[in-house]
Design a protein around this ligand. Structure first.
Ligand code: UDP
Ligand code: MG
Length: 335
């Protein structure tokens, strides 16, 4: 039996967000009821270790429009998001963080821009005053670097908060890579993408789930995913240092001829250390790409789903993603 078409799916990756979930559900439900003719809220529990899952179960028990997906462990924000995007069925998809830093109340404005022809409406942060100075400085430096390296223009002050059409989502779902930088992948698609400026709120509850290590990992995935420019740094450095070495040899021969001396420990150390450092740096770049080639060649599933809850149906068969909505939700849609 075909269900009514859903106009909106709200996809929310969630990792240890027990404190925000109820408020999230309240605010998202209210805005969706106001501006959409049918909605679902797909919440992906990315292996939370707090009470998130029991809070989610309680909410799903009272609201059949909530669909829960529980991953088998913490797969990371970008994969949790990808799982939600695979499973949702709406004509339009709103990507939202669980911590309510991005106000769901912007949905009507985003819908209007999409009615006017946009395929993607992405939130652009007017101010980041709610975030730490460290995060702001590193993020701005990172996007400047990224946009020098990649040939597409990845919007600087944007996160994953955005409204996408089914068309754009279908295209995104054809990108199979494992190291995912979803906002860059969406930009890479093309189509009409328009920004919507907004002010980012502070977190509703809890701490950031993006420590520096995860931020660095995301940055590496972004750069290696969208540019092979760093590989070329190796050859540029090679040429530069060959020229320097040539000059150095001439100088060494000259001073040997002129002064007949063997002193020069300092210059020797400088050269050795410098060359060593450069070589390690270049090897590191090669390693970063090689590691990703290895990961891709294994062709493992992007994520595993432990459990799906939709209405009063709980499916614990276990799935490996990417999954098609009909694979995993047929049980739910028969109710
Ligand atoms: N998140 C996730 N898995 C993770 C880390 C984060 O699903 O391993 C979720 C988190 O619950 C939140 C969103 O990703 O809904 C963004 O994380 P956070 O708000 O901590 O990042 P920040 O806004 O500080 O950059
Ligand atoms: Mg946040």
């Amino acid at each position: 039996m075909e269900r009514d078409r859903l106009q909106i799916s709200v996809v929310v990756p969630c990792f240890n967000e027990a404190g925000s979930i109820e408020e999230l559900h309240r605010r998202v439900s209210r805005v969706c009821e106001d501006c959409a003719s049918g909605h679902e809220i797909v919440i992906v529990d990315d292996g939370s270790t707090d009470e998130s899952w029991s809070v989610l179960r309680r909410i799903a028990g009272t609201d059949p429009r909530v669909v829960l997906v529980r991953l088998s462990r913490n797969h990371g924000h970008q994969l949790a998001l990808s799982a939600g995007l695979d499973i949702c069925r709406g004509e339009r998809v709103l990507i939202l963080d669980a911590d309510l830093q991005d106000p769901p109340e912007l949905l009507p404005d985003m819908m209007r821009l999409m009615d006017a022809g946009a395929q993607v409406v992405y939130g652009r942060r007017r101010s980041r005053s709610s975030e730490s100075g460290f995060k702001r400085v590193t993020a701005s430096a990172f996007y400047r670097l990224l946009n020098r390296l990649v040939e597409i223009e990845i919007p600087a002050d944007a996160g994953d908060f955005r409204l996408m059409s089914r068309k754009a989502l279908n295209m995104l779902r054809h990108m199979p890579e494992r190291h995912r930088f979803v906002r860059g992948m969406v930009t890479w698609i093309g189509l009409t993408q328009v920004p919507l400026d907004y002010d980012r709120d502070p977190r509703f509850a809890g701490e950031t789930k993006y420590p520096v290590t995860k931020m660095v990992r995301l940055a590496f995935d972004a750069i290696t995913g969208f540019s092979t420019q760093p590989l070329r740094i190796a050859s540029h450095l090679g040429i530069m240092f060959s020229l320097l070495a040539f000059a150095g040899i001439l100088y060494a021969l000259y001073s040997w001829y002129e002064t007949n001396t063997v002193s020069g420990w300092t210059s020797l150390m400088v050269v050795v250390l410098l060359l060593g450092a450069i070589q390690l740096f270049v090897l590191g770049i090669l390693g970063a790409y090689l590691g990703r080639v290895v990961a891709e060649s294994k062709r493992r599933p992007l994520y595993f789903i432990d459990e799906i809850v939709s209405g009063d149906v709980t499916d614990t068969n276990g799935y490996a993603g990417p999954v098609a909505p009909e694979d995993v939700r047929s049980a739910g849609s028969q109710t």
